[in-house]
Ligand binder design. Structure first.
Ligand SMILES: [Zn+2]
Length: 350
């Protein structure tokens, strides 16, 4: 049983929602409340523990767009304080979901699957949303992190899959009779093995699309046309997925962003000297909790975190989880999870 102190504007219904329980179970735990519509700020109510939830996000091969959308719906039903919205649509018309969890003033953003064959990052973020929600309703800590105080101080916005069309292509879920598939097949030089595909469905690398020395990136990249990877597109933000991410980011006031990728167990934290001093302290904490290496600068521009750091001069990170050949096998999931969960939590705490 948790003791909840009623705040201004709270009703029993709102309190029940916050803890992911039904109004009737809240009332049952508070027999002293005769008139449910008369509760006042400062009053203490008993909040029963939510019934143990079944596990919703299950790591498995070929966890793609439909699996994510279905899990988001189940998460929202099981934890009514989770909000799901859309930041825009892909080339093929798929809605790109964003999940909000927490109710604090401080806004933090995480995203995954900018690159199609790195879809394991979607699963990591989905699992985190579930674990975080579950810890919140049960009043538990995760490690040394006080989840209730994180939840109250931070609004976490997660875009688990920036590039749904690309993920579907890598997983063999695009209709092979479609002209979209025929075009992707041409870009892939006739090979039906799309495991090396990072781009969106039109062959543009979404992490080479942001207005941060984009022209420099164009001259550096070998691909001068649509390609499974490293093609910048014809202009910054030419692709709807990149545009949706830029508009979403501009519409918020993020204190920190992290883009989750795979390959290398490294965390990139600098960009052309635009990064604030605190980025170094923050990355040091990420390293402590994950064992990853910190890398300040790489020969690369036009990435999402580059653009964020350049525009806002706030901490932005690219976190490379895992090692091996993409797509990483699902057998690596729990090993990666153990290293990355500290980064998920620390990114909200710092
Ligand atoms: Zn990547």
């Amino acid at each position: 049983m948790i003791k909840h102190t009623v705040r201004k504007g709270e009703t029993l219904f709102i309190i029940a929602q916050k803890y992911g329980i039904s109004l009737s179970s809240l009332l049952a735990a508070n027999p002293n409340i005769k008139n449910p519509s008369l509760i006042r700020p400062g009053q203490v109510v008993n909040v029963p523990k939510a019934a143990p939830q079944r596990t919703i996000v299950i790591p498995r091969e070929s966890y793609g767009y439909n699996e994510m959308v279905s899990d988001l719906e189940t998460l929202r039903e099981s934890y009514p304080f989770i909000k799901v919205d859309s930041i825009g649509t892909t080339v093929m018309g798929r809605s790109i979901p964003v999940v909000r969890i927490g109710q604090g003033k401080k806004e933090v953003h995480y995203n995954g699957s900018f690159h199609a064959n790195e879809w394991i990052t979607t699963l990591l973020l989905m699992k985190f949303v579930e674990v975080y929600a579950k810890a919140y309703v049960s009043g538990k800590k995760i490690g040394t992190f006080n989840i209730k105080s994180l939840f109250d101080s931070v609004s976490l916005w997660v875009v688990p899959m920036v590039n749904p069309d690309g993920v579907q292509l890598v997983q063999g879920k695009i209709d092979t009779n479609s002209s979209t598939f025929a075009n992707a097949l041409r870009i892939n030089r006739g090979s039906r093995d799309f495991s090396g595909w990072k781009a969106n469905i039109r062959g543009v690398d979404l992490n080479d699309q942001f207005p941060a020395y984009w022209e420099t990136e164009v001259s550096r990249r070998a691909s001068s046309g649509p390609s499974p990877r490293d093609y910048t597109g014809t202009a910054p933000l030419s692709e709807p997925e990149a545009r949706a991410m830029a508009e979403f980011t501009r519409a918020h006031n993020f204190r920190l962003v992290s883009a989750f990728h795979t390959q290398g167990e490294e965390i990139y934290w600098g960009y052309r000297g635009f990064e604030p001093n605190e980025s170094q302290q923050i990355v040091n904490r990420f390293i402590e909790v994950s064992g990853y290496e910190a890398v300040r600068y790489v020969e690369s521009d036009a990435g999402y975190k580059d653009w964020f750091i350049q525009e806002w001069r706030r901490p932005g990170f690219t976190v490379e989880c895992g090692h091996g050949i993409n797509p990483l096998p699902i057998s690596q999931f729990w090993e990666i999870w153990g290293k990355v969960i500290g980064i998920f939590l620390m990114g909200m705490y710092v």
